[in-house]
Write a protein that binds this ligand. Structure first.
Ligand code: GCB
Length: 611
């Protein structure tokens, strides 16, 4: 509800769509792709952004040498010290790190420019330029005019270009800056590579003057034979007729928008086949006004927690999970395409998973759509990682915006069952207050899903074999999720069998991480670090230990595939990769893959009645 309210307020306060409002189902509206080769100018000193007094050109009365002007010398004597046309190109979507060795560890600004022609299909149509994601800050200019700025590397944004876009010769310039900042989300310290660039698709979207900006369609609360939802139009216009049709459920709802351009509805449905991993049923849903139509494929299911059980469609479910970074090791670089999603989620299915943790930031929209189709439940997360500035209101606003946009983007995906607000954060009052605000936001925006965070384990100073999970944050989450590295950062795998657990809450324990590093193809005995045998042993012993925990309801071990991390320099072993993957950076499976596959196979058989 808050998302919708927020959109309404923004609409009332300014232009209908701002940088931070998410257009639902953009793929359903794509009019033209701007993917492909863009000319780029690396600008480590930000010469094209600031003048020599360090004043931004884009707010100066005389913008002079701002690269966003995409200028050409007026004549042979005119001085212009940059030229997009003769500069090299990079592919969009794509990170810059994996496209050119010179940019492998580059952090800073690169200017991107793309020219295009565009004529809307009719004069009364509106147009938007839509970005799937840009890491981390994007300043966007069309034909020398600033459209806006977006902050946050993993969420979509759009700017209206109606009346600004020309039939021919448009210049779209994006200043992309992936500099890490202490007050940012994430902060400067992460265990993954800070890929820069326009990492997801860029499209021109076309809409009527009043269009279906956002919608949410789901089962009515406490009912599996009623469909409920809401629609938000782009303009606060009353009395616009809205229809929602789900032909296979015999649903045809007719309603009208209120003065805020908002419509709420509920109607009975024919027998709904509920979405589950065993039966990932999706229904075609069409929303229409007198001027606009959009179609989506949506699944219906319930998710809840009762005591220490997780209930999917009312039945207890065990989460056979795995964690994933958004990276395609075979091509190298950030994953962004549907094919990438099929590769990664296909591996998860082969492992026997019914659940995937998309760590540690919002992954691209294909991931949730392919998961919907394959029947994989998802944990989605925002990059509040390790530590951010807990006392800084701007940092909280940033994290809130990222969470809000993630929820707005994926609130129609049946696959998503958990919103996670943080990973491995320190227990302090400031942090707990910060995260509680995020949890409250998630619950207000979406009361239909679980909310969690990957917490930490604490050692008992009086007993070396006693581990405690009693983080005060656990009082506010639905799951008791924590990362544990017994046998890797904490002793050797034989220690696992000695461990005794105390949990501060009677909630489902879902282990958000455990794991060990191993170089694919490196062999030795089970006590030798970085061998496949060591990792295999750790998996065996961890699974044995976990089975002794009565409230254990799932796990997302760390991690499906090796991933790039500048924190991992060990030569000939890590070489800049975190090697905790069950699959190596070469795409080959390690021994531990088969240990977990075997375990999940047995678990699936055991709970045949389960999804
Ligand atoms: C963690 C982090 C994860 C790291 C992992 C590791 O606890 O959540 O981002 O990559 O440990 O490999 O140390």
């Amino acid at each position: 509800m808050r998302a919708i309210l927020l959109l309404t307020l923004i609409n009332a306060a300014g232009p209908a769509i701002g940088a931070d409002t998410v257009i639902q189902n953009p793929a359903g509206r794509a009019a033209m792709t701007l993917n492909g080769a863009w000319h780029v100018i690396p600008d480590p000193y930000e010469t094209g952004y600031y003048d020599y007094r360090r004043m931004p050109f884009d707010t100066a009365p005389n913008p002079g040498s701002g690269f966003f002007l995409d200028r050409k010398p007026a004549d042979k004597s005119d001085l212009v010290e940059y030229d997009f046309d003769s500069s090299p190109t990079l592919q969009v979507p794509g990170d810059w790190n994996s496209q050119d060795d010179r940019f492998f560890y580059y952090e800073g600004t690169i200017w991107y420019r793309r020219t295009f022609d565009y004529t809307p299909s009719s004069a009364d149509r509106r147009s938007f330029v839509h970005f799937g994601a840009v890491n981390y800050r994007a300043d966007v200019y069309l034909n020398g005019q600033k459209l806006g700025t977006h902050i946050g590397g993993f969420t979509p944004f759009a700017f209206e270009i109606t009346g600004k876009v020309r039939a021919t010769g448009n210049s779209l310039v994006v200043k992309v800056d992936n500099t890490r900042h202490l007050d940012a989300v994430p902060t400067v310290n992460t265990d993954w590579l800070n890929y820069g660039g326009i990492t997801r698709a860029v499209t021109i979207l076309e809409t009527p003057a009043t269009f279906i900006h956002d919608y949410r369609i789901q089962l009515a609360p406490e009912a599996t034979n009623r469909i409920a939802g809401q629609v938000q139009l782009s303009n606060a216009q009353a009395g616009v007729p809205v229809t929602v049709t789900i032909p296979e459920l015999g649903v045809k709802i007719r309603t009208r928008s209120d003065t805020n351009g908002h419509a709420v509805f509920e109607a009975p449905a024919r027998h709904v086949e509920l979405w589950s991993p065993q039966h990932p049923r999706l229904y075609s849903v069409t929303l229409a006004t007198d001027r606009d139509t959009t179609t989506d494929r949506i699944g219906f299911r319930t998710i809840a927690v009762r005591g220490s059980d997780i209930l999917l469609n009312g039945k207890p479910v065990f989460l056979r999970g795995i964690s994933l970074h958004e990276e395609n090791p075979l091509r190298g670089g950030r994953a962004w395409s549907e094919d990438d999603a099929r590769l990664l989620l296909g591996w998860a299915r082969e492992l026997g998973c019914n659940f995937v943790r998309l760590a540690h930031y919002p992954h691209n929209e294909h991931m949730a759509r392919v998961a919907d189709e394959l029947g994989l439940m998802l944990w989605e997360e925002v990059p509040v990682y390790w530590t951010v500035q807990w006392d800084n209101p701007a940092t909280l606003a940033n994290a809130t915006a990222q969470l809000t946009d993630l929820i707005a983007r994926d609130h129609n995906r049946a696959s998503v069952i958990v919103w996670s607000v943080a990973n491995e954060t320190p227990v302090t009052p400031a942090r707990t207050g910060f995260l509680r605000t995020l949890i409250d936001t998630a619950r207000t925006l979406d009361p239909t899903r679980l909310v969690s965070a990957a917490m930490e384990v604490h050692a008992d100073p009086a007993d070396n074999n006693h581990r405690i999970v009693d983080d005060p944050l656990g009082a506010y989450t639905d799951l008791l999720s924590f990362n544990e590295y017994i046998g890797w950062y904490d002793g050797l795998p034989d220690k696992l069998q000695q461990i005794r657990w105390t949990f501060g809450y009677r909630k489902p324990v879902v282990i958000s991480e455990f794991g060990a590093g191993a170089l694919q193809g490196m062999h030795g005995d089970r006590l030798t670090r970085f061998t496949e045998e060591h990792q295999e042993d750790l998996y065996r012993q961890t699974l044995t230990m976990l089975q002794g925990i009565p409230q254990w309801r799932g796990a997302t071990p760390w991690i499906l595939v090796d991933f790039r991390s500048p924190r991992r320099p060990l030569a000939n072993v890590q070489d800049g990769w975190n090697r905790k993957g069950l699959i190596g950076s070469n795409g080959q499976k390690k021994k531990a893959f088969y240990v977990l596959q075997d375990f999940y196979g047995r678990k699936a058989l055991e709970s045949r009645a389960q999804p």
